[in-house]
Design a binder for this molecule. Sequence first.
Ligand SMILES: [Zn+2]
Length: 169
Amino acid sequence: MLIPVVRAEAFYLPPPTQPADSWALVPPAERVFRWVELRQQRRLQPPDGFIIGHTIYARINQGRWVADCPCGSAQVVTPTDPRIACTECGAGWFRLIFPEDPAAAEAEVADDLPHERNWWHPEDTSWDRPPPPKEPEPEGMELANALASAVLSGAPRESLASLVEEVTR
Ligand SMILES: [Zn+2]
C-alpha cells in the first residue's frame, strides 16, 4: 500500500471543533499561520512581500514535505503552493524549489519505512543530508596507492619489491 507523503494541506487542519473545510479558502501555504495562531492564542499575520533572490529547497523528511527557514525553523510545505513564510522569525515569503514532478519523488519513498521516507533535491545541500556512499576503490588502485606511499615514505627496498610484485601480479 502506498502511504502518501504529507503535504501542508493535510497537516495544518482546523481544530475538531470547526468544520473540516473551514480553512478551504485559506491558501495552503498560509494555513500554518492559522494553526500556530490556535496553539499560541495570538494573532499572526502572514507577511506581504516576497524576499527576492532567495530560494529554499523543499525536501521529504520522514514522510512530510518540509522546508527550513534561514532562521532554522522548519515547516510542513506543499508543492501546490510553493512558498514559505516563517511563523517564528517573521521573514517575508520565500519561493520554494520542489522537484518538477513532486508525485514521482513521493512515489520514490512510498515503500520505505516511515523514518526512511526522505528525499532531497539533487542540488540541495541540506544539513540533514547523508553524504553520498563512497565508491569502493578497485583492488589494483589500493595496491598502487600503498606502493606510492611506501616510496614516498622511503620504505626499504625489500618491502617495495614485494609491493611491486603484488601490483604486477
Ligand atoms: Zn524564520
